[in-house]
Structure formats: C-alpha cells, structure tokens
Design a protein around this ligand. Structure first.
Ligand SMILES: [Zn+2]
Ligand SMILES: [Zn+2]
Length: 569
C-alpha cells in the first residue's frame, strides 16, 4: 500500500515539475511524466536545452506552487476538447489519438493542466519532500529515430528523513561505483578491442577464484557434480533447444568446415547432452550437474554498464534432473543452499518472488499446479515470506527468484530456480523407473550468484571496496618501520605464504606512516607492522583496516586468527 501511495505522490510531483517548467519556460512542449521505482521523470522538448543550473530554479518554483495549496482535480474530457487544448503539441496529440474511446483524462491544478489517467494527491501542498536529480537525453517513445527530448529525473518522499536517506544512498552509490573502485583497486578493466567483455587483472582474478572455490565447496556438500561443456555448438542444437528462435539476435555465430556454430548463450543444452549420452536409471536421480559456464550474449552497446551488464559472463549454472516426486525436496534443498551461500557475504535480507503460469504455457494444469505448489510449499516449510507474481513464469515452467539487499539498501536479483517441463519433452529425455518403464524427468535450472561478473560488481559496491579477509586479494601487508627489520619480515612473510595466506611486503624505504597510508588505500584488511621491539620479542603488531591495533602478537596467534577468519566464511 505504501509503495502505491508513493507512486501517486511521485506522479503528482511530475505534474508539479511540468507546471514549474510551463511557468518558467512557457514555450516548452510537455510529453510524458510517469512515476518510476525510485522517483519520477518528465520528458520535455524545450526551446533551448535545460542546464544543470535550471534544476534549482525549477525546484524553487515547485516549492512555491506547492505552497499555493492548489487542489488537484481530474476529469474525463471529450477528445476534441483535449485536441484543441494541445493543438500546438504533436506529442500530446499522438497520445490522445492512441487512447481508445471518445474521452481522455485531464488533470488540473490552478491554471495548469496535463493529459493523465489520474491518481493524485489532493493538493499541491501535499508535495513537500522532493528533489530534482539530473537532466539526461531521451527520445520520444524511447526510439532513437524519433525527436530527441530532455528528461528531468527527480524523486519524492513522504518525509524529509526518507528523502535524506535516499540522497545519501545515491551519493554512496556514486562514491562506491564498482567501475571507479575496480580501477582504484586494480581489479578489472574494459577495452575497445572487446567492447562489453571484461578483463580481470591478477587481483580481480583472485577474487573470482575464491568465489568459485567457495561455491564449489558448498555445492559438493550439497551433492552436485561438476561438468564442463563446449563454448561452441552447432546451430542445429540451438534450433532444437529453442534458443535460436528466442535469442538469435543476441547470439554470436561462426562457420567452421562449412557448418554453422553458435557460441553458447546458455549452458542448458550442454548439460542435456551429457544426460542423454546413455540410458539413466531412477537410481541416479536426482542428478545434479553443475557448470561454471562462460556464455556470450550480444547486448546493445547502450545498455552495457560496467560488470552489471556485459557481453560475456560466467553463470554458476546447474541443471537438476529428478523425478516429479523429488521436485519439492530439490526446491527445498536449493533454497537452503542459496541462503547459506548468500548469507556468507553478509547479506541478511533475501527478497523472494514466485512467478506462476502465464496465459500461454506448455504442460498440463496438473503439472503446473504440482510444480508451483512445490515451490510455495518449500518456501512455507522454511518459513520464508515471498511475493507471487501471477502469470510471470516462463512458458515452460514456474520459477523462484531471489533478490539480495546490499549495504546500500538496493535489491539485486541474483539467484533463481526454474522448473522446466519443456526441455525434457523437447530432447526426449527419460529414465527407467523402478517398474522398468520409461519416464520423463523434470529439469530444474538454478543459479545462486547468477553471473559471476555481475555478482563481483555487486560485492565491490556492497563492501565499498573493503573485501573481508577471506575474499581480499591481498589479505596481509607487511610493513617494517626501518630497513633493518627486513630480514625478520621476510621470515614472517615466508610463514604466511606456507600457510596459503595472500601476503605482500612493502619493499620501499618510506616512512611507516606512508606505508600504512598506501595499504589503507589498497584496502588490505590486515597490516603487520614490524619495528625493532617486535623483532627482539619475535612478535608483530596487527593493524586492521579500521585502525584498531593489537600489539605483541606471536606468529602462532596471527595464524590462528587468520584461520578462524577463513573458517567463519
Ligand atoms: Zn496525473
Ligand atoms: Zn539452464
């Protein structure tokens, strides 16, 4: 309910903005101004382009209009009257023509009116806490062949506190942008030579490896077996799997020995071929085949966004082949596995959605009911709250999606479990039941990180670049106070290396304050500071990234602290 009210408030604020624009820049043509997830925008065609300085003027005028306490009214008007109102505005005329029926809605506040379906606050005075955020370019009906417009984006809330919190989160998101931190921490880069394909530097690759290892150990304990399937497979396979028909425009192709191949956009067909390779018995099920599979998808260059949207990425994919009766248990196992993995990164709030049968779907109602119930019952059994998205499932089966809320309060959809009735049929999969009959298995697609690359980007921002000890590319940095302690420092370093701790030594002869500063900029979780006293006593000083220190620590203790940090992940 609150969210719905918020969108009413924000839509009303978009009218308020348009009203202010009309008063300050009367020649401007208005187009559309909807509420969005984070606020609202309004697209304008101004006579001269708006500049950033205009935002504060507009905001000021909006406050002024708000104080006039104008009631917001809304009525249905005959189309010919509306057409006369907008005789000079081709955009609004187009909108009016597209609306079915003889009348259209007109909202009014004071002498300002706008074409609108309705749903407003009572008075402009109800709009108090808002901010205009930025100006960007847009196109009429989001089509770049149409007129270029200017979009002013803003947001509104019911309290100053909510607005302040939003602005703070937004500033943090800019400050901790993974593209910026990725460069500062030397983790990854992008190059013209492969637009949209990420390059991971040594430190970034260490993190990826730890992420893989972490997941792999969870999955082995959960009974998964790992496979690896080819990067390129014949067109015929992609036609059979349906990917060709649905994803052709996003796939990369190549011709080898006069035969057409596609680079895989998904891993499913590879796993299916392995399943099909020989007859399967019910005794083998559930068969959980996991693959850290690198896929390529051609995305439009305009939507690429750091690691959040790339053209090649690795999915922590797995396909579970099971009987209908095993489905519910497999769903339950996966929810628990997803929980354990995601919580190890310090994410505490997991937002769950269940998408159900769409209008056009394959499989019997009975099977859909059974599958949807398996998803819901498992969630209930584990005490999870969730939202139902009616009709949002794929045509081949229902799914659960897991959103994770990061430290900046943003929710990222990562994990998913999808029940698939189609591929089993399509690829004629079967197993021999205990009665000796051929039966179709159910196929479950599932992922926890989703894309390693995107998850990596999420983690960079979630941790604000300060990776916890177990994930940090350099876990320990050794800093000597003078060069005289270098030999002793070398021994310490050797001991850590032997215990697989990722350690570096600052080899410079700079002052200790300079060395500490550098390690802090690199966001190394532990610094071991070694001076004359430490060398004499055979100890070190541990200095943590937050500035806390522990003096006179013996090496055995350093190691046992390190191991307990690793174990707790
Ligand atoms: Zn309206
Ligand atoms: Zn799949």
């Amino acid at each position: 309910m609150k969210e719905k009210n918020l969108s009413v408030l924000r839509h009303s604020t978009a009218h308020l903005l348009a009203h202010a624009v009309k008063e300050l820049f009367p020649e401007t043509l208005l187009t559309i101004g909807p509420a969005t997830k984070d606020g609202f925008f309004y697209d304008f065609l101004p006579v001269t382009n708006f500049k950033d300085e205009d935002l504060s003027r507009l905001e000021e005028r909006m406050h002024e209009i708000a104080k006039r306490n104008l009631p917001l009214t809304h009525k249905q008007e005959n189309k010919d009257i509306a057409q006369r109102l907008y005789a000079n505005n081709p955009f609004k005329l187009e909108l009016i023509n597209d609306i079915p029926g003889d009348t259209v809605g007109i909202a009014q506040q004071g002498d300002f009116y706008d074409l609108c379906r309705g749903g407003h606050v009572d008075s402009t005075a109800d709009i108090k806490y808002f901010k205009l955020l930025h100006i960007s370019g847009s196109y009429w009906r989001a089509d770049k062949n149409n007129t270029a417009l200017q979009r002013i984006t803003g947001t509104a809330f019911f309290s100053q506190k909510d607005l302040d919190e939003f602005i703070q989160q937004r500033e943090d998101a800019l400050k901790y942008d993974h593209r910026k931190l990725g460069k500062e921490l030397d983790l990854f880069s992008f190059h013209e030579e492969g637009v949209g394909f990420p390059f991971f530097h040594p430190k970034g690759k260490i993190i990826l490896n730890v992420l893989t290892h972490h997941l792999r150990s969870h999955m082995i304990r959960a009974g998964y077996q790992e496979i690896s399937t080819p990067m390129m497979l014949s067109d015929e396979l992609w036609r059979r799997s349906g990917h060709y028909q649905h994803y052709k425009d996003n796939m990369y192709f190549s011709i080898i020995d006069e035969k057409s191949y596609a680079i895989k956009p998904m891993n499913c067909p590879g796993a299916i071929l392995i399943y099909k390779e020989r007859p399967r018995s019910y005794r083998e099920l559930p068969l959980r085949l996991a693959e850290f599979g690198l896929v390529h998808r051609h995305e439009l260059s305009g939507v690429l966004n750091g690691l959040f949207r790339v053209r090649s990425f690795t999915i922590d994919d797995a396909h579970i082949f099971c009987t209908e009766d095993q489905m519910a248990q497999e769903v339950e196992n996966f929810i628990a596995l997803n929980d354990a993995v995601i919580k190890s990164f310090g994410f505490t709030n997991i937002v769950i959605g269940v998408s159900t049968r769409p209008a056009k779907a394959m499989g019997s109602d009975e099977l859909w009911d059974k599958a949807t119930q398996a998803l819901e019952n498992s969630l209930k059994k584990l005490g999870k709250s969730y939202t139902i998205y009616p009709g949002e499932g794929a045509f081949y089966g229902p799914k659960i999606e897991f959103g994770i809320e990061d430290s900046l309060k943003r929710v990222w959809q990562c994990g998913t479990m999808q029940i698939d009735f189609f591929q089993s049929e399509n690829f004629d999969l079967s197993y021999i039941s205990s009665e000796g009959t051929k039966v179709k298995p159910v196929v479950l697609h599932r992922a926890i990180y989703g894309s390693f690359e995107r998850f990596f980007g999420i983690l960079v921002e979630h941790y604000k670049g300060k990776f916890p000890f177990w994930l940090a590319p350099v876990q320990v940095k050794i800093l000597t106070i003078t060069d005289e302690q270098k030999d002793y420092a070398q021994e310490i370093m050797q001991q850590l290396v032997e215990h697989n701790i990722r350690v570096e030594m600052d080899e410079t002869s700079d002052q200790i304050s300079g060395k500490i500063k550098r390690a802090q900029l690199d966001k190394v979780p532990w610094m071991l500071v070694i001076g004359k006293k430490e060398e004499e006593n055979g100890t070190v000083t541990i200095r943590y990234l937050d500035g806390k220190q522990e003096f006179g620590v013996k090496m055995e203790e350093v190691l046992s602290k390190a191991f307990s940090s690793l174990r707790s992940s």
